[in-house]
Design a protein around this ligand. Sequence first.
Ligand code: NAD
Length: 443
Amino acid sequence: MKVTVFGVGYVGLVQAAVLADFGHDVVCVDVDSDKINDLKNGIIPIYEPGLTSIVERNYGEGRLGFTTDAVEGVRHAEIQFIAVGTPPDEDGAADLKYVLAVASTIATHMTSKKIIVDKSTVPVGTADKVLSQVSEVLATRGEAIEHYVVSNPEFLKEGAAVNDCMRPDRIIIGTASEYVKAQMRELYAPCNRNHDRMIFMDVRSAELTKYAANCMLATKISFMNEISRLAEYLGADIENVRRGIGSDERIGYHFIYAGCGYGGSCFPKDVQALVHTANSINYDAQLLKSVEAVNYRQKEVLFDRISRYFAGDLSGKTIALWGLSFKPKTDDMREATSRVLMESLWEQGAKVRAYDPEAMEETQRIYGCREDLELVGTKESALQGADALVICTEWKAFWAPDFDQIKGALRQPVIFDGRNLYDPQQVERHGLAYYGIGRGRSV
Ligand code: NAD
């Protein structure tokens, strides 16, 4: 089938590459000409495991194209994906200006039937807005061209996006049209060989499903973080508690790690956006507001602890940071806890010496060159002469370090472990002080 994808970000590019890999003929459109030029030259603008090879293969074999020419994109296919960003606006609502701009573009240039597929995460009611935007533009053109708007939210996880798109847990399709259902079934047929992953529903339920999924995951994290604070004050170890509750099938082991807060482009903004949606219908979303508040507080835990450890005097101290991205296997720094920590440390006159396997270029892009940030090429070189080591992201490269080497390199033998990677007793046996999250001790 022919497909056009608007937006070559984490979602659009992966989706387009995977659809091309299934054999579809895909054209990607983006307003960012640098990204499009890079892609044409084989440079992938994001780090995502496995993505480079499928983009290269499908581009090379002519099934995947890149353009800034929206007219070409609209003409190319009946199926038009919208996969552009929906960042939060000042009051937390999802900003739909990019989504509606693409809807306008499609309506302006369409000359034949279109199925507009909304992949971006958008509030309930957006499909109706897209539909009326398209109808309005067509009306001003004096045209009546058949068109549909379908909600098809994306559930991929950054760091595992290619696999998630190839083998999704489920494919949610929100539409009332039998024609659209059949087209979507054909498009996604390669995902359904093993078993049927398609779940059809009304468009509003599909839109809400995406928010419900992310808010549920964020809730699990904030819940564990809340318990971790209690564990700290009560002398319990959250890692024992995690194992204890995870063994209950109704709870399970997935997604119940305590840590220094969730980040990324999705959980923070999607929780906020659903709170905003609730407000708009005069519903007080108490639980969701608490999920957000707990996370906000949790992102400050590392700094508070480091500050207390150094008796509030961080001026002139150098803090080694392992991990900058909001989670492992991505270069994405959006809402990363490392940013909250670094900015607080800088405010108090401390220097940061950081290492991350993939996110250093992005960190440099965000903060530019500054005297109090040094990005180094190995995790070992981050330690030399630093006053403390902080773990912000649980990259595998940090899971089994040489603790004697850490002790030898640090000026003050102390680890603040924001991801509970290490066994406190083991670390302490090497002569290092250890502060994890909810491990029964606090500074
Ligand atoms: P992103 O910021 O990485 O990419 C968005 C892209 O859209 C950019 O390249 C931008 O230049 C492009 N764009 C903006 N306006 C455009 C226009 N008018 N025409 C063409 N391109 C345009 O965003 P993302 O992380 O891929 O997220 C996209 C959507 O998917 C968001 O709604 C997000 O909430 C949702 N989502 C994201 C993830 C994730 O893990 N990143 C997962 C599931 C869903």
